[in-house]
Design a protein around this ligand. Structure first.
Ligand code: GDP
Length: 469
């Protein structure tokens, strides 16, 4: 599998200062020698003799990338040779750091391919790193999370997993379960004969006091931190003309949605993105909910309702200048099981009686008074949204092992197996039955770390990478 030499442009395409072409495999060094002429440090000329165009591992060389046939200079570049196994893939790796720009990089890549490399598939460098044992699957997946991290907090979490945070926790858990299984196996023969059996109580104790709480905590951490990786969906709801589009524009700080005193301007869903304290938020403005015969508005209202039910949080916008109408009261009723904040907008032209009335009717729901027109109260609203989203979530400890969704699903299966195991120990089932259940648990944990070989899974995971990673 790793016999051939792969190459790719490893930096994003487009204008930029530096672009990197990366090569990995047995021909990497030969390709470097063929295409890269180093500038001799002491003599102002280029070497081509076998002694002069040699490269030491993990040194940075300055020189030129050239067309091998006629020595035409392609670009001024830096080149690094990293002899395996001390490289990202554990194979021989070469990097050419040239000027960026698609034409230059494409030309270099073509030369590299002509010199004996093949184009890499997405994620192939990381896949080789994994297959060659440099990283486990949790670390490889964390590299994807690091690349896609939408906020600082997600970067910190992913970095911890790249460094082996989750790998180490799972390794310790696996070692504990293996020891427990060994105790069971060693006592299988005496199983029937011992009166007051200490092995079943040991299994019970270890499962309930150490192993199960640890797996529970890992699952909880994934649930608590998912919003920092995946973001949240926030929908704006309300009657026409209450200021929904104005509020969206205020929150995202640009003119995304059309604002007009003509009711019914927003018919389709208008989407934009912003972040609150690093949490990525997808915000949707929706059609105003009211009684209409207009078929397009009816479609818009249906779409709006779908979004309210899918959203992580709904901002129900009402006006501070008037009391709630029947539609708004119905909407509050309809959304009673949805996480919601009542936004009393147009605070700049507020009618105190109307506001008091609205506050009284919606007293069981978090509320914020704002003016989308002046911006007053919008920072406070953002704070309220953040508080509502992260309430009860353990955000502070980003240094811990945090599984992703795939890993959490396996951990939930592991949890169910562990609970079966606990029940078996409590009812004093034979030790070989308990040992069998523990084997299944270990099997599941190996699926997280990648120790259990599943080519389809690897292909799926590594295809999520960009080319060159
Ligand atoms: P939507 O139909 O709910 O999306 O409402 P728009 O955002 O299009 O606003 C409807 C009208 O209300 C426009 O004329 C806005 O200028 C006005 N408006 C929106 N927010 C405020 C506000 O906070 N104060 C005042 N005085 N007018 C506002």
């Amino acid at each position: 599998m790793t016999n051939n030499t792969i190459a790719a442009i490893s930096t994003p395409l487009g204008p930029g200062g530096i672009g990197v072409v990366r090569i990995s495999g047995p021909c990497a060094y030969t390709i470097m020698k063929r295409l890269f002429l180093r500038k001799q440090p002491c003599r102002p000329r280029y070497g081509r003799s076998s002694e002069e165009n040699q490269f030491r591992s993990h040194f940075v060389y300055y020189g030129h990338l050239v067309e091998p046939l006629n020595q035409t200079i392609i670009d001024e570049a830096l080149a690094i040779y990293m002899k395996g196994p001390k490289s990202f893939t554990r194979e021989d790796v070469v990097e050419f750091h040239s000027h960026s720009g698609f034409v230059v990089l494409d030309r270099i890549l073509h030369l590299v391919v002509d010199a004996g490399a093949v184009l890499s598939a997405p994620g192939e460098f990381s896949k080789r790193a994994f297959l060659n044992g440099r990283i486990d699957l949790t670390q490889a997946e964390a590299v994807i999370d690091l690349i896609n991290a939408p906020c600082e907090f997600a970067v910190q979490m992913a970095s911890h997993q790249v460094a082996g945070g989750l790998r180490d926790v799972l390794a310790a858990l696996t070692a504990t379960i293996t020891r427990l299984q060994a105790v069971c196996e060693a006592n299988i023969e005496f199983d029937e004969s011992v009166e007051d059996d200490p092995v079943h109580s040991t299994v019970q104790e270890m499962l309930s006091q150490s192993i199960l709480p640890e797996v529970t905590e890992l699952i909880k951490r994934q649930k608590d931190t998912a919003i920092f990786k995946e973001g949240v969906l926030l929908a704006i709801a309300g009657a026409p003309n209450v200021g929904k589009s104005s509020l969206l524009n205020r929150l995202v700080e640009r003119e995304t949605a059309i604002v007009s005193e003509v009711p019914g301007t927003t018919r389709d869903i208008v989407r934009d993105y912003f972040s609150i304290n690093g949490v990525p938020v997808v915000i949707c403005d929706t059609a105003g909910i009211h009684d209409t015969q207009d078929p397009i508005e009816c479609l818009g209202i249906k779409k709006a309702r779908d979004h309210f039910h899918r959203a992580d949080i709904v901002l129900l916008v009402v006006e501070a200048s008037r009391k709630l109408n029947a539609f708004e009261k119905n909407l509050i009723e309809e959304l009673q099981h949805t996480r919601m904040i009542v936004v009393i907008n147009k605070d700049d032209i507020a009618d105190d009686d109307a506001v008091a009335d609205t506050q009284q009717i919606t007293q069981h729901i978090p509320q914020a008074k704002v003016s989308a027109k002046t911006g007053h109260g919008v920072a406070n609203l953002k704070g309220l949204i953040f508080k509502d989203l992260v309430s009860g979530k353990n955000r502070g400890d980003h240094g811990g092992a945090t599984p992703n969704l795939r890993q959490r699903i396996i951990l939930e299966k592991t949890m169910r197996e562990l609970q079966r195991c606990l029940a078996a120990a409590e009812t004093e089932q034979p030790l070989d039955v308990i040992s069998g259940l523990l084997t299944e648990v270990l099997h599941l944990l190996d699926g997280i770390s990648g120790r259990r070989k599943t080519e389809d899974l690897y292909d799926h995971i590594f295809s999520q990478f960009c080319i060159g990673k």
